[in-house]
Design a protein around this ligand. Structure first.
Ligand code: FMN
Length: 316
């Protein structure tokens, strides 16, 4: 069901199990890891299309990648088609193969600015944004929800618009904006999106096990799935779903992540990232609560390395 290669525009993805953008989490080392474990693609966290013009340190950090990342995918956030057009043609995005447009973020400040999920309420503008990105000749994808709320479910019209405007793929998070990140996704609307277009449709939302991944495929008829929080909690799921050979453990993964983070981040950024990864890895492991205070307090890399061996070195 999941080892399937799939074409997105002119780009071949090695599997139909993708890693979602997660602001604050899907940094370069993480994306490298899931690519190796079998993910078909992994996106940067959302980057402001407008902010790209400032060429500032914060944005360059989000865009950091190198030749080790085989398929480079960036996600942009914004509301002005002209800013998207300039961003996609900019030098900063030259190295990226796929441009994803965020049309699903539900956060109040984002929606108030007419960005993210607000674009599902302004279909003509959403269309102009996709067209502006597609004019660059790059492969463009869209990540959206099913609508703003249960009374305003627009996914059928929205999916058709995405295809007509030049998107090569759509990922549908099967929740409405007002559901934020909780509650059972409304799978029938992902199915409706799939039936409405010929481009690949990926299902996202609430996949937190191997069984749920299969169930989501069955309920939606989608071409593949996009994992989000669970992909961060258990990256080994990518290898499991895609039958990728893997002798890794959470311990080997996290120590390798620390090596890469140390090489490309400041010490503070490396500490912050590895602490987040460790606490996600610990999420459903019984009897690990005791480690949390030490993890948060830990102030340098050698201390963190020793702690990771304590926590993960034995069992997992
Ligand atoms: C902390 C956090 C950060 C997120 N950042 C982004 C983002 O940058 N871009 C985006 O399109 N979605 C973002 N999302 C949404 C996820 O990609 C995904 O659509 C959502 O979490 C539903 O999937 P899940 O239930 O499997 O986690 C974020 C979600 C969370 C919880």
């Amino acid at each position: 069901m999941f080892q399937k290669e799939i074409m997105i525009g002119g780009i071949r993805l090695r599997s139909n199990v993708l890693m979602a953008p997660l602001a604050g989490y899907t940094c370069f080392p993480f994306r490298l890891m899931v690519e190796r474990l079998g993910a078909g693609s992994a996106y940067t966290e959302m980057v402001s299309a407008d902010a790209l013009k400032y060429n500032d340190r914060a944005t360059s950090k989000l865009l950091f990648t190198d030749e080790r990342e085989k398929l480079k995918c960036v996600q942009l956030l914004g509301s002005n088609p002209a800013f998207f057009e300039r961003a996609v043609k900019s030098e900063a995005l030259e190295k990226f193969d796929i441009i994803d447009i965020n049309m699903g973020c539900p956060v109040p400040n984002v929606v108030k600015a007419g960005e993210g999920c607000a674009l599902m309420d302004d279909i003509p503008r959403a269309s102009r944004i996709i067209e502006a990105c597609a004019r660059s000749g790059k492969t463009v994808s869209v990540k959206c929800r099913i609508g703003m709320n249960r009374h305003k479910i627009v996914i059928e019209e929205f999916a058709r618009m995405c295809e007509a405007s030049g998107a090569a793929m759509i990922t549908v998070h099967g929740r409405t904006r007002d559901m934020m990140y909780d509650g059972e996704p409304l799978y029938e609307y992902i199915r409706l999106a799939k039936k409405s277009v010929r481009i690949p449709v990926f299902a996202n939302g609430g996949i937190d096990s191997k069984e749920k991944a299969a169930e989501t495929m069955k309920k939606t008829g989608a071409d593949g799935i996009m994992l989000a929080r669970y992909g961060f909690e258990n990256p080994l799921i990518f290898a499991e779903l895609t039958n990728t050979e893997c002798n890794e453990t959470k311990y080997s993964l996290i120590t390798e992540q620390l090596d890469i983070a140390q090489e490309c981040f400041t010490e503070l950024d490396a500490l912050t990232y590895i602490k987040k990864l460790a606490s996600y890895f610990l999420k459903k492991l019984p009897g690990t609560k005791q480690y949390k205070p030490g993890l948060y307090k830990c102030g340098n890399i050698p201390e963190l390395r020793a702690l990771l061996t304590d926590i993960f070195g034995g069992a997992c």
